[in-house]
Structures are given as structure tokens and as C-alpha cells.
Design a binder for this molecule. Structure first.
Ligand code: FES
Ligand SMILES: [Fe+2]
Length: 359
């Protein structure tokens, strides 16, 4: 077994803190509920204030460290600790000690986090620098697309480092093997992969010309699209949010006459070895008609994607993590032409992690 420092060298670890991560779907945070969530190894409790906005504070009482999420939300946007009743405000202060002489204790290592609710998601800023709302990546397709064409909010917990999941998503070539028949097929293996970088956004494109249409695109297409020109472009936003544009048109016809979806992949590190994976999809240029049909298509897309992630990707990624952790010597990956996207984003990510460490 490697010493832990060697494991860190094997795959550069670490997190960017001064950035936005998805904490949960907005629908996961009901009124009057305390929802605990670990993000970047920090235990946080989320709740809705009386005005409906979201608050996030350290999920640990300063007295004997009981999780505040076990406590009670009381009027005035306060949490009362379950154990001895200390009260905390939404801005991360201890505001009441019920025990005489009721002196408010000095508390350390306790904070409130900047939170934004946008695109039906709750975003959290984990760093100490001022939160910049303009840095939340654009997922407006989730609110601009009619509900009928957006799949239900998906969530999976992955027992692996978030970078292994980003590697998987930015590497479109795995679809021909891991997801043969559903998201890709053998005909797409030798497709011409292009990597593009604009600012800090890395995109990987992989077109297929006059190829058999993968199952999930057939599900959302009218008859006549069993074969066609397909395109997939996945874009990575630092540190770990992605969007894939995936579609098909009849051979030789422009993209605008085709159909497809935006596949949303939002990854939030829970710890060094676990990742929260939020996903959904929004169809564009819908060519199928009828509410019953489109609602069945919406459910089928969700089902197929959930199967692809949970039953196909995640087992490979978790096994990969396990293999790496148990290696007896330092591993260096053999690079292939398909690794251009992962190499590019890693460079940006590692640079950001290093910059923050230097501050
Ligand atoms: S542990 Fe919270 S008040 Fe004692
Ligand atoms: Fe995959």
C-alpha cells in the first residue's frame, strides 16, 4: 500500500474553495426542514429562512459538537441545538445561551456560507473570498425549457474522487464501450475528437456521420432518425460542473432540423473519496408530439441515463478508485489521443488549487 502522500501524487487531489458548487436541488430543501450535507469535507446544515431564501451554517454546535441538523428550527430563523439549547442565527452566530448567567460563549471555526438559489439548484460558495454570483455557470436551459421536456432531478453518491468523475464525463470515447447501444456504439469509436478551450471553459466534441443513432436519441426522435449525423459536445466549467449537448439530425441535414438534449452533470466533492452527483436533461427542438408521448419520453430519458450512470459508469469509476488506492507503487497513466479534454481541464484545475494554496 502506498503512503498517503504518494497516493496524492498519483492523482492530484484537492479542491478549489473560492467557487460555486451545487449543494442540492432546490426541491430537496423543504420549508421548516434542516438538511445536513457534507461538502469539501465540511459539515453544513441548510435551511430555508422565513422569507424562503436559503441559509447554510456549520453543522456542529460549539458546546459539545452535536450536529445542529438534529436540532429545531425556531422562529426568527434560528436553530436550537438538540442537546442543551444553544441557539444559532442564519448568519452563523451563537445568539442565545439559555443557561444562567446566559453568557454567549465565544465560538470559533463556525461559519455561514454564501448561498444562491438559481436554475432550480442551490449553490454554495465554499471559500473566504467574497462570493461572486456572476461566476455561477449558465444552466438557464433548466428553467427556460417547458417542464414536460426536463427530466426529474437525479442524484447519485459516487464513492470516488470527483476528478475521476470529471475525467469520465470529458472523455466521450468511453460511451462506445461502457454505454454501447444506449449512449454510443462501435461505429463512433474512431470519431474525430476535438478539444477547445475558451477562457477557462474546456469543450470536447465528437461528431458521428451517418451512423446508427444511439438508443437514447432514438427514444426522443420521430421515425426516420434511426441513422443520422450525431454530435456531442461536452463543456466543463471549473471546478466540476458540466453540460453536454447531444443530438441527431438526418444525414446531411443541418443540426437545427434535428433534435436532442442538454445533459446536465453537476459534481460536488463530499470528501476526498466521495462525490455528490446531480444530473438531469433538458430536450431541445422537440420533434415528437403529444403530452402523453412526451411525458413517457421524459421518463424514459431519466431511466436510461440513471441506468447508464448508476449501473455502467459508477461501478467502473469506483473500481478505478479502489485500484489506485491499493497500488503498491506510483502509477502514471498511459496517455491516449482521447485524453486531450481531461488533460486540459486538469491543468486549469490544478493551477487554481495551487494558486489558492499559495494565498
Ligand atoms: S451540544 Fe449544543 S448546546 Fe450542548
Ligand atoms: Fe458515461
Amino acid at each position: 500500500m502506498l503512503a498517503s502522500t504518494e497516493i496524492i501524487e498519483q492523482l492530484p487531489r484537492g479542491f478549489v474553495f473560492n467557487t460555486w458548487y451545487v449543494a442540492m436541488w432546490g426541491s430537496d430543501l423543504q420549508e421548516a426542514k434542516l438538511v445536513p450535507k457534507t461538502i469539501l469535507n465540511e459539515q453544513i446544515v441548510f435551511f430555508r429562512k422565513e422569507d424562503g431564501s436559503v441559509a447554510a451554517i456549520t453543522d456542529r454546535c460549539a458546546h459539545r459538537f452535536a450536529p445542529l441538523s438534529m436540532g429545531k428550527l425556531i422562529p426568527g430563523d434560528r436553530i436550537q441545538c438538540i442537546y442543551h439549547g444553544l441557539e444559532y442565527s442564519a448568519n452563523g452566530k451563537c445568539v442565545k445561551n439559555p443557561h444562567a448567567p446566559c453568557t454567549i460563549p465565544e465560538i470559533t471555526n463556525f461559519k455561514s456560507y454564501p448561498v444562491e438559489e438559481k436554475y432550480s439548484l442551490i449553490w454554495i460558495w465554499m471559500g473566504d473570498e467574497p462570493a461572486d454570483q456572476s461566476l455561477i455557470p449558465d444552466y438557464s436551459c433548466l428553467i427556460d425549457t417547458p417542464e414536460m421536456y426536463v427530466t426529474r432531478p437525479g442524484y447519485l453518491k459516487v464513492n470516488a474522487n470527483y476528478q475521476l468523475v470529471v475525467d469520465n464525463l470529458l472523455d466521450l470515447s468511453h460511451t462506445s464501450y461502457v454505454h454501447a447501444g444506449i449512449l454510443g456504439n462501435a461505429q463512433t469509436v474512431d470519431a474525430d475528437i476535438k478539444v477547445n478551450q475558451v477562457g477557462e471553459v474546456v469543450s470536447v466534441s465528437r461528431p458521428s456521420i451517418n451512423a446508427e443513432t444511439p438508443g437514447i436519441l432514438q427514444v426522443m426522435s420521430p421515425p426516420g432518425f434511426e441513422k443520422g449525423d450525431q454530435w456531442s459536445t461536452i463543456s466543463w466549467y471549473c471546478p466540476s460542473n458540466l453540460i453536454l449537448e447531444f443530438g441527431v439530425s438526418k444525414h446531411g441535414e443541418p443540426k437545427e432540423k434535428g433534435t436532442g438534449y442538454f445533459a446536465i452533470h453537476l459534481l460536488t466533492p463530499e470528501s476526498d473519496r466521495t462525490t455528490h452527483y446531480y444530473y438531469t436533461a433538458a430536450r431541445w427542438n422537440v420533434l415528437t408530439t403529444g403530452d402523453d408521448k412526451n411525458s413517457a419520453i421524459r421518463d424514459k430519458i431519466y431511466e436510461l441515463r440513471t441506468f447508464a450512470f448508476a449501473e455502467q459508469d459508477v461501478p467502473v469509476i469506483e473500481a478505478q478508485q479502489n485500484t489506485m488506492d491499493n497500488a503498491k507503487y506510483l502509477l502514471k497513466p498511459a496517455l491516449l489521443s482521447i485524453d486531450g479534454g481531461p488533460v486540459r481541464y486538469q491543468r486549469i484545475l490544478q493551477n487554481k488549487i495551487t494558486q489558492e494554496l499559495k494565498k
